[in-house]
Design a protein around this ligand. Structure first.
Ligand code: FES
Ligand SMILES: [Fe+2]
Length: 361
């Protein structure tokens, strides 16, 4: 990050054939809205090549289990959940929400088989900012080493959520969250980008735990969406591992947050989740207008990412050039540091420093 004055071309920094190609294994990933799972309900989610069943017991406790019956591999999410135990639909084995086998109904009293040691793999799950978060990592880990789950620092009056599957790798999709260069070309809708001209931008970046934050003031010339807030809003955009973009907008006492999360489903499929929260009840009226706009915006990313993925499938190299591409390089640097810290069993040390970047967008 210290060499910003001299833009550098780099591909090998970014693309390590093994661990660097995969999503960070030990991190929290968004697996859907918390409100989508009521007490006594469960649902299947794809996470980093794994099938996971997430649910909420009758008492409200969340659980996440590998969606695979140990008996013959059946998806437990296809069975029944009574709010306490999951029943596999194939031969009726029952599992507690802790993953332990509770019953094998086909056993005779004379059968000496012991099922008490059989268990389904369990994953940590938490709820935050209206979403459920699962860490697919297996094995011991120090909670301090894992990037914090996104949270909201105000009480929202309303919220708009959109989820879109992208046929692209987790890395490529995540790069779009920190890439100022694509905005003028991909998101050129009148309501977001009224001016077609590229302008010189100067932004200040600083390291934050497991990521970096961009602060900017006096965005008078920016999008009409910001102007809705009245006054001159202060905008702060944080990127945090594994693939989280947190945009926080303040105008006086008014608050808006636009959060975007990337979730790896499989090697070439990534879920993009966008959540817009606001503190002003009056904005609830705009929901029917805002929803199609948000969909259009996310679809623009989806389309361009899918075409770019096709190009990377033919030749998996990138050229990262100029200061506008530095945040993309930082992403790979943060990820590499997280992997190296985990491998060496030491705390994560953010390799980034305070820096001003210039680009045209
Ligand atoms: S596969 Fe689940 S009980 Fe047989
Ligand atoms: Fe985008």
């Amino acid at each position: 990050m210290s060499s910003a004055a001299a833009p550098r071309v780099s591909a090998d920094d970014a693309l390590d054939p093994r661990a660097m190609r995969e999503p960070l294994p030990n991190a929290w990933y968004c697996v859907g809205q918390a409100s989508a799972i009521a007490g006594g309900k469960m649902r299947a989610v794809a996470l980093n090549g794994e099938q996971v069943v997430v649910g909420r017991a009758r008492d409200g406790a969340l659980f996440a289990l590998r969606d695979r019956c140990p008996h013959r591999g059946m998806a437990l999410s296809k069975g029944k959940f009574d709010g306490d135990t999951l029943m596999c639909p194939f031969h009726g084995w029952r599992f507690g929400t802790d993953g332990r086998c509770r019953d094998v109904p086909t056993l005779s009293e004379h059968d000496a088989s012991d099922f008490s040691r059989i268990a389904v793999q369990r994953f940590p799950i938490v709820e935050s900012a209206g979403f459920l978060w699962v860490n697919p990592h297996l094995g011991p880990s120090d909670p301090g080493a894992v990037p914090a789950v996104p949270s909201l620092d105000f009480e929202p009056a309303g919220c708009l959520v959109l989820e879109l599957e992208v046929e692209a790798s987790f890395d490529l999709t995540t790069l779009s969250l920190v890439d100022p260069g694509h905005v003028a070309f991909v998101h050129d809708t009148w309501w977001f980008r009224p001016s077609k001209e590229l302008r010189e931008k100067v932004k200040t970046f600083q390291p934050v735990p497991h990521g970096f934050v961009m602060t900017s003031h006096a965005t008078t010339t920016s999008s009409p969406v910001y102007r809705l807030l009245g006054g001159v809003p202060e905008v702060e955009i944080e990127f945090r591992l594994p693939g989280v973009r947190l945009e926080r907008i303040k105008a006086g006492t008014k608050r808006v947050a636009n959060y975007t999360f990337a979730t790896p489903m499989s090697p070439n499929r990534t879920m993009l989740t966008n959540a817009l929260y606001w503190s002003m009840p009056a904005l609830n009226l705009l929901k029917p207008v805002a929803r199609p706009m948000m969909r259009q915006f996310l679809t623009q990313d989806q389309q361009v990412l899918q075409h770019a993925q096709a190009g990377l499938d033919r030749k998996p190299t990138m050229v990262l050039l100029g200061q506008g591409d530095l945040p993309s390089q930082w992403y790979f640097r943060l990820k590499r540091e997280a992997l190296e810290a985990a491998r060496e069993g030491r705390p994560f040390a953010n390799p980034l420093v305070h820096q001003e970047l210039r680009w045209r967008s």
